[in-house]
Design a protein around this ligand. Structure first.
Ligand code: 5RP
Length: 240
């Protein structure tokens, strides 16, 4: 595995970069995991590489760990890799590793591109250490180009939409693919996306959005990331 990391660090073929960068940071995050730890297993194509790298270490009996998945998707992948699964009821989390849709220089994030941000936030925020992994296309000066995902109670759609509009956002229901109608979250709620274009104060907006009745959770993760492992064409960049 070390040889593979070395090979990826010196990748120069731009055509393979994004996928390989995701794999590179997934493997790098797995290198931080110690035997016996409880892991928060994030959701998304980048985190899938982390879960896979942990699965390989478990298979090779390099480490014994347990995972707490942040979605049905990461639960199924953990099962596929024979990573024992537990819950927050049973264990505290040592390290949570998760992806992001946007990362600002203060390590505030927008997450929820996969609609899993509610459980991701519960698990990532509960971890003793929260590491975000991403390729460098996710790094921005100011959050907001990526619309903020929100999980909402379906009955609250109209009032949530008008509250978001009053706050300067443009809300839209996320439409499902290969199913008619809205995306339904793992918790049975609607996922909506609110465009704010430029978020000057993510800490305040995270609080304000969650104060709207009917909002279960929003996808701004402010002030909680301990470390970001960013994949670039020149190798790995660590942000703290
Ligand atoms: O927040 C998430 C899912 O809800 C993902 O972590 C985020 O969308 C990044 O995904 P990817 O690694 O596929 O780019």
């Amino acid at each position: 595995m070390k040889a593979f990391i070395k090979e990826l660090l010196f990748l120069t073929d731009l055509g393979r970069i994004i996928m390989n960068l995701k794999k590179m940071v997934g493997i790098a995050a797995a290198e931080e995991v110690k035997d016996g730890q409880i892991l928060g297993l994030g959701t998304g194509s980048t985190t899938n590489y982390f879960i896979e790298a942990i699965g390989l270490k478990v298979k090779e009996e390099e480490i014994k760990v347990m995972g707490i998945p942040t979605s049905y998707d990461s639960f199924l992948l953990a099962k596929q890799w024979n990573i024992p699964v537990t819950s927050l009821d049973e264990h505290d989390i040592d390290i949570a590793v998760d992806g992001a849709d946007e990362i600002d220089p203060d390590l505030n994030l927008i997450k929820g591109g996969g609609g899993a941000h509610t459980l991701e936030k519960i698990i990532d925020y509960a971890a003793a250490k929260f590491i975000v992994i991403a390729d460098d296309s996710k790094c921005v000066d100011t959050l907001g180009k990526f619309p903020v995902p929100l999980e909402i109670i379906p009955e609250s759609r109209k009032t949530v939409f008008s509250a978001i509009t009053d706050m300067g956002g443009i809300p839209a229901i996320r439409k499902a693919e290969r199913k008619v109608g809205p995306v339904i979250s793992d918790n049975g709620n609607f996922i909506i996306d609110a465009e704010f274009k430029k978020i000057d104060n993510p800490i305040q907006l995270e609080k304000d959005l969650n104060s709207i009745a009917g909002v279960v959770e929003n996808g701004i993760f402010s002030q909680m990331t301990d470390k970001a492992i960013i994949g670039t064409s020149n190798g790995i960049k660590i942000l703290k």
